[in-house]
Design a protein around this ligand. Structure first.
Ligand SMILES: [Zn+2]
Length: 334
């Protein structure tokens, strides 16, 4: 990740911590300026036609596109995760700050209390923010970058905390009656980046098609002895396994990097999220992946502001309606 204070913001005025952020964003004009500069680092661009000739209506905090064929109006919220939300930007931005900078995440109850929105609104906000944090996959792991670790884990299942419909849906939709949801993760040792997602099961076809999609051929792949990883060598990978019954580490051959990610994921789920329904788990995984991939390291000393700015730059062209969130479309993609 690159540091970005793109566009027209003066970096030295930007907030460095939560208290400063909530003061800074108390001014709605500052909120608009900040979101615009993160969303459109090369200058405000009409989201309807990509035109650059726009005129700002300061009293309404919207732009009007000057392109003859367009003439549409838009705000910083148009075609973004903030779209159609009556919640003001200062609350949105403070919520984003909390999500990306609290190591184990925040719950909708905390957002509700801290920001003075209803718990239901807070829950919806959190899901939209997680959608913004979901990063596309650019290129494959492995190759020149170094070996990758692949592992899977199971999350669940606090059935008592779930309403009946959700339980029924889960039982039909997931592991054929098991009350746990499988998550698969891949860690690139070179870049120290993780990708993780909910998977329907941990059978060979599922795990291996994910590896084929995410990892360069001829890469070295470290896994445990799970049968789902059998015959990876035949698919043009250098496959080494560690047998967890007898050993956890054999020199470089281990999966402790990805296991470390699992423990972060589980700690967050246990501490903050009383019960995450399986069809919402993918979004929570996205959130934890974002924090992991944008954590401060010696080589990359990112600040809270860096993480926050990067998150805000990711809000565009993503939308999530309440109906999608609670309806049948809210199941994990696969
Ligand atoms: Zn336009």
């Amino acid at each position: 990740m690159v540091r970005l204070y793109a566009g027209y913001m003066d970096e030295k005025n930007l907030p460095k911590n939560l208290l400063a952020a909530s003061r800074y964003f108390a001014d709605p004009d500052v909120c608009v300026e900040f979101v615009a500069s993160m969303r459109w680092p090369d200058g405000v661009t009409c989201p309807h036609c990509e035109g650059k000739r726009v005129s700002y209506l300061k009293t309404r905090r919207i732009w009007k596109c000057m392109a003859k064929t367009c003439h549409k109006q838009f705000s910083v919220k148009t075609f973004s995760v903030f779209e159609d939300s009556p919640i003001p930007l200062d609350k949105w931005l403070t919520a984003v700050w909390l999500v990306v900078n609290c190591k184990n995440g925040v719950s909708s109850w905390e957002i509700h209390r801290d920001l003075g929105v209803t718990q239901k609104s807070a829950w919806f906000m959190l899901h939209r923010i997680r959608l913004a944090l979901r990063t596309g996959s650019w290129g494959k792991f492995g190759g020149e970058s170094g070996p990758v670790e692949v592992d899977e884990t199971f999350i669940g299942g606090k059935i008592t905390n779930m309403h009946r419909k959700a339980v029924r849906r889960r039982k039909i939709g997931h592991n054929g009656g098991s009350d746990k949801t499988a998550v698969m993760g891949i860690l690139d040792r070179g870049s120290r980046q993780v990708r993780a997602k909910v998977v329907p099961n941990v059978r060979r076809e599922v795990l291996q098609s994910e590896i084929l999609a995410q990892v360069e051929k001829k890469s070295t792949v470290y896994t445990d002895g799970h049968v789902g990883y059998d015959s990876l060598a035949a698919k043009d990978y250098i496959h080494e396994t560690v047998n967890h019954v007898e050993e956890y580490v054999r020199g470089q051959v281990h999966t402790q990097g990805i296991e470390n990610f699992w423990s972060l994921l589980k700690r967050g789920l246990k501490g903050t999220y009383v019960a995450v329904e399986p069809f919402h788990l993918d979004r929570y995984v996205d959130e934890q992946v974002f924090r992991y991939n944008n954590r401060a390291t010696k080589d990359n000393p990112l600040t809270d502001l860096d993480r926050f700015a990067f998150a805000v730059s990711q809000i565009a062209n993503k939308r999530l309606t309440y109906k999608e969130l609670i309806g049948k479309d809210a199941r994990p993609e696969n």
